[in-house]
Design a protein around this ligand. Structure first.
Ligand SMILES: Cc1ncc(COP(=O)(O)O)c(C=O)c1O
Length: 381
């Protein structure tokens, strides 16, 4: 079976994890600090705070943004549900905004309609690694005092107006889940320009402790630590960070490979009438964390049938990005999100991974192309 995604991990990552274990320090420690510094340099920001997941990163970003009960936070419904759930964690109200068809991302036009006096923040998602237009969103939100949090879960290595995705945000949240390019198994990161915010994030990830456990351990003197606010255990381990450091070094090669494979899909599928595909936006470069195609209305078979036929041919596809407003915790409100609903019901994600071969990719293309040809052979429908 050709998987939809396979992380690119090798002996270097295994050795790095072994070294971390052999060091005797496996919890959050020096390797996490090193990973944070390297990640901050790669994004071009002064501060990066490593966490146990991007969900935790979004949760803490909302706390430091001051979002809480009585506030509204504008989010795309079209995103992995963690984007919306994080808003609920802090007791705020998610407000679903429509997305743009070509990028699958929020735009100032779609967000404008959702702003109110209670809007505290907007979570701008770089969906499937296609960077959203952060500058345009900040031009709308900054004058209103609305904080734009970039959900860059999928976007490490993507480029927005010549800078790494995440660099222009007051707060950006990244994921290192294996469905992403750079993986630590599970893991996340918040990047920020503000040293004070970074210090608070570090405290919040570690039970509100004023001093990290690693720093206490290093101290030659007994330390009586204090707990300054209610925090969480959102720590990354040094084993994960050791893997992350190796993966970060490979990120440029991963992005280049994915962009080459995405271009190959685009060249081979562009002949299919009406098929819309993941593409670079005019202002940036995608890392192609996911390669989605939107089936046109006259595509001869439905999305689920295409996935079923693909599975029979040995190709694993996934439905397109989910829509939170259609899931039980958020359903029931009358909402008009036609673009979101079209994308979530009519798009599929095709396999794309670093070590994918040309033959594997050609098989995926042939499955989609043959399904399209059923138009000319109605007897097969
Ligand atoms: C857009 C988006 N936000 C947040 C998350 C949550 O990331 P994590 O699994 O690291 O918590 C994901 C994961 O798929 C995602 O795609």
């Amino acid at each position: 079976m050709i998987p939809v995604m396979r992380p690119w991990l090798g002996p270097e990552e295994a050795q790095a994890a072994t070294d971390a274990i052999a060091s005797g320090w496996v919890a959050q420690g020096p390797r996490v600090e090193e990973f944070e510094q390297a990640f901050a340099r790669a994004i071009g920001v002064p501060q990066a705070v490593a966490l146990s997941s991007c969900t935790a990163a979004l949760h803490l970003a909302l706390i430091v943004a001051g979002a809480g009960p009585g506030d509204e936070v504008v989010v795309p419904s079209l995103s992995f549900i963690a984007t919306t759930n994080a808003v609920r964690y802090v007791g705020a109200q998610p407000v679903f905004a429509e997305v743009d068809l070509a990028t699958q991302n929020l735009s100032p036009q779609t967000v404008q309609a959702c702003l109110s006096e209670r809007t505290r923040a907007v979570i701008l998602v770089d969906q499937a690694g296609v960077p959203a237009d952060l500058d345009a969103m900040r031009a709308l939100c900054d004058p209103l005092g609305v904080i734009v949090i970039e959900d860059a879960a999928c976007a490490a290595g993507a480029v927005h107006r010549g800078r790494p995705a995440g660099a222009g945000a007051e707060l950006a949240a990244f994921s290192f889940h294996p469905r992403k390019l750079l993986t630590t198994g599970e893991g996340g990161m918040v990047t920020t320009w503000d040293a004070g915010i970074a210090a608070r994030l570090r405290r919040l990830r570690e039970h509100g402790m004023e001093m990290s456990a690693a720093a206490r351990h290093r101290s030659q003197q007994p330390v009586i630590e204090r707990y300054l606010e209610v925090g969480f255990n959102f720590r990354m381990t040094d084993i994960q960070a050791a893997v992350g450091l190796v993966q970060l070094g490979k990120l440029p090669e991963m992005v280049a490979r994915r962009r080459a494979l995405a271009q190959r899909y685009q060249e081979r599928l562009c002949g299919l009438p009406g098929l819309l595909m993941a593409d670079d936006p005019p202002y940036g470069l995608a890392n192609y964390q996911g390669f989605w195609v939107l089936l046109p209305d006259d595509f001869p078979i439905g999305r689920d049938d295409l996935m079923r036929i693909a599975a029979q041919a040995g190709v694993s596809m996934r439905r397109g990005i989910m829509a939170a407003h259609l899931e039980p915790p958020y359903a029931g409100r009358t909402l008009s999100l036609p673009v979101t609903e079209r994308l979530t019901t009519r798009s599929v994600i095709l396999p794309l991974f670093h070590e994918m071969t040309a033959a594997e990719q050609d098989l995926v293309v042939s499955v989609v192309a043959e399904a399209d040809r059923r138009k000319e052979q109605p007897a097969l429908l």
